[in-house]
Ligand binder design. Sequence first.
Ligand SMILES: [Zn+2]
Length: 355
Amino acid sequence: MTFSHEPATPPVPERNPTGYDVSMQVEFHDYGVFLPEIDLWLDSTAPQRATWISHGHRDHARGRHERVLGTSTTLRFYRMRLTVEPQDREPEEFPLEFGETLDWNGALLTAYPAGHILGAAQLLVTYKGERLVYTGDVKLRPPLAGVTAVTVPCDRLIIESTFGLPIYRLLSREEARERIVRFARECLAEQSIPAFIGYALGRGQEIVSILCEAGIRTAVHGAIARFIPIYEEAGYRFPGWEAYDARETAGKALVIVPTHGSGLKARGRNIRIAYVSGWAALSNARARSGAEELIPYSDHSDFDELLDMVTHSGARHIDLVHGYTEPFSRILMKRGFEARGHRAGAGTNVEDAEG
Ligand SMILES: [Zn+2]
């Protein structure tokens, strides 16, 4: 698959060979991370004067801010989620594409791919000679749809830790593709209906793309279908996808959102459910999801990828947000890193987060 408007991975800066203390001020709040010296929030979910939006998931792209920064794709997702009343001022947009740099209150901001969902970006903040990287949600392995992430050398790294426990080892995109197609074909061969549970933005489109490319008739729930045109504009193909209609499901694979899974089962049709998520790696995933087929594939890094990013960033301070922040910080400290877990952002109820 190729991208039409997201450029190739930009080159990353050299590591800084001279050691010094990291002094840039960073505040961690429940609703986001704040850089007071340059008056910029990172993924604030409460309205602010200015915030960087790392990607289009609902727990990051929200709040009626005065100024918003992000890739143009992310800003489109943000606008789709935003309700602007007639009396409200429209947020002022500052698009920043991969490899581009913007001067912001004395700092240089550069965007790098995060490999998470379409448009997802990491932000490098260079201020008074120091380099801080905020990854947002990130995945190091090549995604099915999106630009592969890079590890950006820095002095301080703020990284998510959704899957920051060694039990999380997730499938590669090739393994996930093979498992999804095989399950769909098995079900259809025995006249049952395969239903794949994926999140509305990101995983959902990846599953639809795999099934369509394999020539399998695929019906797509509206919450997933509404984002397909943006993926198509970016160069992804979904040949022959159909809108989901509960009365016409025979001979098709269904791609639905998690909240729709229990309703499907209740219909009593010969439906077999597959759960495509990093949470499928949990021992109680079958009971939690009600699915018989568990496919541990995610748009987040698994444990080894997180360790890889932390190690190769060269950062001397590691801040963890989202997911298993406390246990992962202890793991990092045992390995000699200076690491701290924070409650910033959503996902404090770890296993209910999108994963
Ligand atoms: Zn996300």
